[in-house]
Design a protein around this ligand. Sequence first.
Ligand code: ZN
Length: 176
Amino acid sequence: MIKAIVKEPGQILHAKALPVPGLTPDIERLIAEMIETMHAANGVGLAANQVGSDLDILVASPDGQRGKEIVLLNARLSERGGKDRSPEGCLSVPGVSAEVTRAARVTASGLDRRGKPVTLKAQGLLAKILQHETDHLQGRLFFERLGFWRRGNLLRQYRQTESLLSRVEIPPEAKE
Ligand SMILES: [Zn+2]
């Protein structure tokens, strides 16, 4: 089932995720739904709070290939190296993007979708996704990585885009 994606300023986007205590059928279903939702939205990564769950789960698909998704539960990053600056957007903040500086390489440890401990070294797009999604799970959105003025501009642009979209979606008769 494809889940609805929570949009900024949704409260759960600003809350810290809770550790996954272990795999259950419900959690396995949530992981499958997160993967489906990410692909349906043409996303390359998704964190559980973006679909309304408070669990520490992320999924990533840097190449968009089905069946090759990366799933990490309780992910922690270490060994950040280098710097990389590139445009970034977010499914929870649709319609806007900004250049964000991130580490070029990271090591991520956590549990895989079978609940087994896993460590992976990432660079390029995957390194960027892992940083973006672990930020989400700490209750932090990508624009919080921007300076004061750029963050203000981006949010202003986002609010304008959102209000235009919601105006388009409401048929005239429903306004009464
Ligand atoms: Zn995001």
